[in-house]
Design a protein around this ligand. Sequence first.
Ligand SMILES: [Zn+2]
Length: 90
Amino acid sequence: MRDLTDLTFGWLYVMHLVGSKGSSNVYWHCRCRCGQEKDVRQDVLVSGRVVSCGCRKSDEQVSRSRVMQIPKAARIKKAKTAAKARWNKQ
Ligand SMILES: [Zn+2]
């Protein structure tokens, strides 16, 4: 089994192993950059299908379904810049 502790996937930082649920599903306890914590299945995490606790997905859905508002856009841009800075640091 891969040890994902201390790795970052998108906005999710892997804190510790939760355990296995079922035969082969391994879950990791992750903390999102927004502050939410969530247990994520290993294969979903590694494949990149999940990149946040759900906050980024909802951001994308909102921006697609509504006319872009300036405060909202500014907030997303700031978050993306922070994420990029984190990657450059690594
Ligand atoms: Zn989040």
